[in-house]
Design a protein around this ligand. Sequence first.
Ligand SMILES: [Fe+2]
Length: 527
Amino acid sequence: MKRDGSVRRRDVLRGASLVTAASVTQLGCGSSDEPGTTPPPREVFLHGIASGDPLADAVILWTRVTSPDGAPVDVVWTVARDRELADVVASGSSSTDADRDHTVKVDVTGLEAGATYYYAFDALEERSPIGRTRCAPSGATSRLRFVVCSCSSYAHGHFNAYQRIAERLDLDVVLHLGDYIYEYGDDEYSDPELEEPRLYDPPHEIITLEDYRRRYAHYRADSDLQAVHQQHPFICIWDDHESANDSFPDGAENHASSEGAWADRKADAIRAYFEWMPIRDNDDKKVWRTFRYGDLVDLIMLDTRLWGRQQQSELGEDPPLDPERQILGDDQEAWLFDQLETSSATWRLLGQQVMMGQLGLVTNPDQWDGYPAARERLFDVLTGSSIDNVVVLTGDIHSSWGMDLTYDPFDATAYDPNDGTGSVAVEFVTPAITSPGFPEALGPVAEGLKADNPHMKLVDLVQRGYVVLDITAERVEAAWYHVDTIKTPSGGESLFGVVASLAGSNHLVEQSEASAAPTDVPPPAPG
Ligand SMILES: [Fe+2]
């Protein structure tokens, strides 16, 4: 990848110092006893708050403090049942320092299954924004609402979709399938037609630990991203751009030897991810893990990027693909099959990065199409062990797809697209928050793709947005919402399409409308 060698801004700028007075005011931060007075600008909690990895009795709380002199900081955290933080159920203290970039992560335990909580941090005589989070339910669970999203290239436009997700107060959790940040420098991957360019900090491609930390800090100064973290817990996995484009364990398309050792860059990228994301720490720095949402959903999150993937082949590579090529690695694959075979929930959701279904016409070697033996082994487990009700959730490709998963969608003797015979599972692919899909001129190609790919029931190649999953014992419904623009801040969105997988059917059917969101929802966190 071509480097941007120019230094257009002082590299010494820290992410924290990029938060302008205007953007701090937008955050609705600070507090004042005097109605009508302007609250003082926030100085300590410049990067908001977040929560994640909810269990039935625990949740991760996250924040970062800006230490005026870089010294260690003591932080007090409070969890309550109400948004005034009066009915406190847990509290404690933690300290942080420069070794972890002054980030704070607390695993609060002893909580109540399915309950909504509000929380805040106090440090250096300042209170953070108040956040809202929710534990996973346990036991009998009748309905769940998840959002699926991915791919937020800051330089391509405004995070309007994150703001829309923040406003949906009925969600149990937001699943982020990666490309939360992008590694590029200014002018490497951006929209040149934006009226006001959205420039990065640091302005160059991120390579070092300091670079990755600054890029997370820059993202977390965005008010839309802060808003969605404030209102919902997240369950996250990384894709490639949290390290570098088309990464795999031993390298990346966007990594050159002149940038140093890949092992060092990967380790720094992973370290910054675990510092800045509300993910539960573990010694192996694994992101593959399972969440149980009562008896309704087992949510199995995968790492098809940095754990066991063998290097992508080139388009048209000769000799052709090694049939044994792995995308998960032997240990993660064995773990996945065990998770599937031992799951007793009604539904098994697989959150992962790259498209699993076949894409006719062209083979993208970065997707499961480039790892056909691995895909076949997974399908063999589903059919061999009679595992129904599997839903694959995917990001990465910056476009909207809903499809049946089958060994060979183009073999009419093995798959009937009309009644779903031969389909073993279904896949929902979320559009990007902002990252560009296919060129707008190719929009009409979607209909042709559906005609040529009988397993595809919903396709859009251009729009940005997210997917709402509405889950009951009877079906998993997926509704694609597209925002009207990302060129300016805007509140517009529209429903693009709805499909569902009915329990026991393992294939998709189109729906005429999306189920109504429940109205009996806990109030938003203030601010
Ligand atoms: Fe992406």
